[in-house]
Design a binder for this molecule. Structure first.
Ligand code: SF4
Ligand code: MG
Length: 314
């Protein structure tokens, strides 16, 4: 993903554009095949919009998303369709992402129909196979979404994503709406399936322990920008960006012998409608200096596989 921007126009009651929300602002990162890249940050930081823009559920304002050498945003027609087949999405809300008027077998079959895969019999077999894979019996085929719990629906969502044998699944807060006890079941299933189907995950979540559990590498977002990126252990062991440091200081440490001081940030996250000048974090940063107000810090590598956008690291 290169210099991705997604700005949403703000209009007044007369329909005139009066400003823009910079939901995703110049985000760049790479994902390797087979890895899980976590995108973490507080609500409204642009992580979901980043995922949805890569899927082209929303069109970008600017930027590139190169998948196996092809810029997704330049593709049309059949080429776009075949890339769509390789990328699937699992949504946050298992209650609204499945059509309540359709039986789950039909919901799963629909994905195959869209991509013109198989005849009726083959499609049915594939649906049964995927339902079984995520832990359901074949007789569940004729049931409706409301007959299932949140965790079960999320497994159905995953089965739907798997129907077309994708390479990449964008998971947008897939366990956030679930009870903690159910969360680990779904996370374990995601991990099993990743091995089995050789999947890559872009895993969007605000939950730092969930992201730590599942990700190989993590990108931290703040106010539409990707401020730090590192391998999971490196990020948690050696957070460099002052925002990441504050975010992680709020997470309980598994080992009580390790003392970590809680960093409390002043103020609220500013509005993405009028983001601060220079470093967007400067009004809340305990280390801000004059240059931070003026100059946007550029993300750069400062250690092995560890990049940060902050003037403290030059
Ligand atoms: Fe803080 Fe300045 Fe670094 Fe931004 S660039 S995080 S304001 S020290
Ligand atoms: Mg979100």
């Amino acid at each position: 993903v290169r210099n991705l921007k997604k700005y949403f126009p703000i209009t007044n009651s007369l329909g005139n554009v009066t400003g823009q929300v910079k939901a995703v602002n110049n985000v760049s990162f790479e994902m390797k095949e087979g890895e899980t890249f976590g995108l973490v940050g507080e609500s409204g930081c642009g992580k979901s919009t980043t995922g949805r823009t890569i899927m082209r559920l929303v069109e970008p304002t600017e930027g590139e998303a190169i998948y196996r050498g092809k810029d997704i945003y330049r593709l049309k027609g059949n080429e776009l369709m075949s890339i769509r087949r390789e990328m699937q999405m699992v949504f946050q809300d298992p209650y609204s992402s499945l059509n309540p008027r359709k039986r789950i077998g039909h919901i799963l079959e629909e994905t195959l129909k869209i991509h013109h895969i198989g005849n009726k019999k083959e499609r049915m077999e594939r649906v049964m196979e995927m339902l079984n894979r995520v832990g359901f019996q074949s007789e569940q085929y004729y049931r409706y979404p409301h007959e299932f719990s949140g965790g079960q629906r999320q497994r159905i969502g995953l089965a739907r994503a798997l129907m077309v044998n994708p390479n990449l699944i964008i998971c947008d807060e897939p366990v956030s709406a679930l009870d903690v006890s159910i969360q680990s079941q779904v996370l374990n299933l995601l991990e099993e399936i990743q091995e089995e189907f050789k999947l890559s995950y872009l895993f969007v979540s605000h939950d730092l322990s969930v992201v730590r559990h599942i990700s190989d590498r993590i990108g931290v977002m703040y106010l539409g920008e990707l401020v730090e990126e590192a391998e999971t252990d490196e990020l948690y062991g050696n957070p460099l960006h002052p925002y990441t440091q504050a975010l992680l200081s709020a997470v309980p440490v598994p080992n009580p012998a390790v003392k970590r001081e809680r960093i409390t940030l002043k103020g609220e996250v500013p509005s993405p409608l009028n983001p601060p000048s220079g470093c967007v974090f400067h009004p809340r940063c305990p280390h801000a200096t004059e240059i931070c107000k003026q100059k946007v810090p550029v993300k750069k590598m400062v250690a092995k596989n560890h990049a940060v956008a902050c003037h403290l690291y030059v």
